[in-house]
Design a protein around this ligand. Structure first.
Ligand SMILES: *[C@@H]1O[C@H](CO)[C@@H](O)[C@H](O)[C@H]1NC(C)=O
Ligand SMILES: *[C@@H]1O[C@H](CO)[C@@H](O)[C@H](O)[C@H]1NC(C)=O
Ligand SMILES: *[C@@H]1O[C@H](CO)[C@@H](O)[C@H](O)[C@H]1NC(C)=O
Ligand SMILES: *[C@@H]1O[C@H](CO)[C@@H](O)[C@H](O)[C@H]1NC(C)=O
Ligand SMILES: *[C@@H]1O[C@H](CO)[C@@H](O)[C@H](O)[C@H]1NC(C)=O
Length: 481
């Protein structure tokens, strides 16, 4: 995270904080495909920053449904790959000379927000010593456990968000599609996390919602040292160059904004530190936490930080987002940042489709906003809202029913087999498959699902065309275009 921190102000509050995840009728999946673009191309005249920020908080106070697991009858679900952002957390930065938000990070089942499985989850986590952990993860606490939250610690809200995600996925994948057999093996369930306690704990909460009282002895959790989940393919000089240019662009836009300048100066006066120090403390992160936890903004004897000031920082972020899209540097960064994860996902899907046991039927990657945001951008989902707390991106692999007898040779034909494979992509429960770069132009009248081959060809080659290259290696090791 450290190396990426200059980008954090941009990423902490993205533009498209759509206020609600629509609750839809489970019985009519066909409608989802008509919802082509959930984000209007024009900004509302006066976006209400407070209202939008609540969507980012993702306060677990209503029933949520998702379109995960919806497919024509007779299609078989082969595997599911989920990337999540950790749940609600304590700020990463403190506003100087003010009281930090008073939030208790102990898990207390009879305190709101809560979940029917919270007590059982706490008990189950206390037995986690029986799981197999990569070294960097073994010593992390498996539940948040401080009566005054530490910086960046997952809160009870964050745990509840992911218990709910897990339960939602359980209803469709485990109960309806029987994706994992009751005696699932360690090769069928793949779990990975960065080395932060909030990602590990978020992943475990989702897993518990998915498979209550899972057998610890079968679980192994892998450590991803990079927030990009790039495994052994992290070396990519061009990616770093695009990121640097993107940060330069962001910086120049910010320093040119006189209203933002005045706002930081006023906030700095209230707090009693130099403006530079106040800016460096990234106050919007802490203000968001206040908002998500229904706490009033901090005050000093000189006055209080205000919603109006919060709104101005937010307004600048909206402009930044538009500028970022126009300039395209971030997308170039994102394509290279997300490729290794996508490449691994595609490879696992192929292994499962070939009937091998080591592909993983359910794979969970527990990550950060700086992981999920580039993934969305790389997929071409420019209109997607910035990843809220406990956001989820889901890839599903499906196989259509076999062709009628007679039309089929006796030999195994991988090419023909692949033509029966399809992918779906979902973001926070919404089917975004036909907004992705690889299926946007797909003719849905001839074939209502997105062919896996489109996804495969995108990840292996097509995604690099923006970078005037045909492979990851070539794109990483040439001078940026
Ligand atoms: C959930 O909380 C948000 C933010 O406080 C609020 O705007 C919304 O009305 C609440 N929803 C329900 C169903 O209580
Ligand atoms: C939480 O911390 C307390 C004291 O710090 C300890 O007694 C308790 O066992 C811990 N619980 C868990 C689940 O780690
Ligand atoms: C938020 O706090 C105010 C008082 O500070 C209280 O009246 C209100 O009920 C709280 N809202 C929620 C959703 O807890
Ligand atoms: C992509 O996946 C293929 C097949 O698994 C592998 O051979 C290749 O090295 C991977 N490329 C990168 C850049 O990770
Ligand atoms: C794209 O790459 C080709 C050869 O790899 C090169 O000749 C061409 O100038 C490049 N185009 C741009 C816009 O960089």
């Amino acid at each position: 995270m450290r190396s990426l921190s200059p980008l954090l102000p941009l990423l902490l509050l993205g533009v498209h904080l759509i206020p609600t995840t629509p609750v839809r009728d489970e019985k009519s999946p066909g409608k989802s495909r008509k919802r082509v673009n959930p984000v209007p191309h024009t900004e509302p005249a006066e976006p209400d920053p407070i209202y939008e920020a609540y969507a980012y908080c993702n306060i677990p106070n209503r029933t949520e449904q998702g379109w995960e697991g919806h497919c024509p009858a007779d299609y078989k679900l082969l595997s599911v790959h989920v990337m999540i952002r950790h749940g609600d957390r304590y700020p990463l930065y403190a506003i100087p000379k003010t009281r930090r938000p008073a939030i208790d990070c102990m898990l207390v089942p009879d305190r709101k927000p809560t979940h029917p499985q919270l007590a059982a989850f706490i008990t189950h986590m206390s037995r986690g010593g029986r799981g197999r952990w990569d070294t960097a993860l073994a010593s992390l606490p498996r539940v948040p456990n401080h009566s005054v939250c530490e910086m960046g610690e997952l809160t009870q809200t964050g745990v509840v968000q992911h218990l709910r995600n897990g339960q939602l996925l359980r209803n469709t994948y485990i109960k309806r599609h029987k994706l994992l057999p009751p005696d699932w093996s360690g090769q069928q369930l793949l779990v990975e996390s960065t080395g932060k306690s909030r990602t590990l704990q978020s992943g475990l909460a989702l897993l518990y919602g998915l498979l209550p009282d899972f057998d610890w002895a079968k679980l192994s959790v892998r450590h991803q040292w990079s927030t990009l989940f790039c495994d052994s393919s992290c070396d990519c000089p061009a990616r770093n160059q695009y990121l640097e240019e993107e940060q330069k662009r962001q910086y120049q836009l910010r320093v040119a904004d006189a209203q933002l300048d005045r706002t930081y100066a006023a906030m700095a006066r209230t707090v009693g530190v130099p403006p530079r120090q106040l800016r460096a403390a990234n106050p919007v992160d802490s203000l968001l936490c206040h908002l998500c936890h229904n706490l009033s903004f901090p005050c000093t004897p000189q006055g209080c930080l205000s919603a109006g000031q919060f709104g101005i920082i937010r307004r600048q972020q909206l402009e930044d987002e538009r500028d970022r899209r126009r300039r395209g540097l971030y997308r170039r960064y994102a394509l290279l940042a997300a490729h290794p994860f996508l490449n691994r996902t595609v490879a696992r899907m192929l292994r499962v489709a070939e009937g091998r046991r080591d592909g993983g039927l359910f794979a969970l990657s527990s990550a950060h906003d700086v992981t999920v945001a580039p993934l969305l951008s790389a997929l071409g989902l420019a209109g997607a809202r910035f990843p809220r707390f406990a956001a989820r991106v889901v890839f599903e692999l499906w196989r259509s029913p076999p062709p009628p007898r007679g039309a089929k040779d006796k030999d195994v034909d991988h090419d023909r087999d692949r033509k029966r494979l399809f992918v779906r992509v979902l973001y926070d429960g919404e089917d975004v498959t036909f907004q992705t770069a690889f299926c946007r132009d797909h003719d849905r009248h001839s074939q209502p699902l997105c062919p896996f081959n489109n996804f495969l060809s995108f990840v292996r080659k097509d995604m690099f065309s923006v970078l005037n290259a045909t492979s990851y290696h070539e794109a990483c090791h040439r001078r940026p275009v």
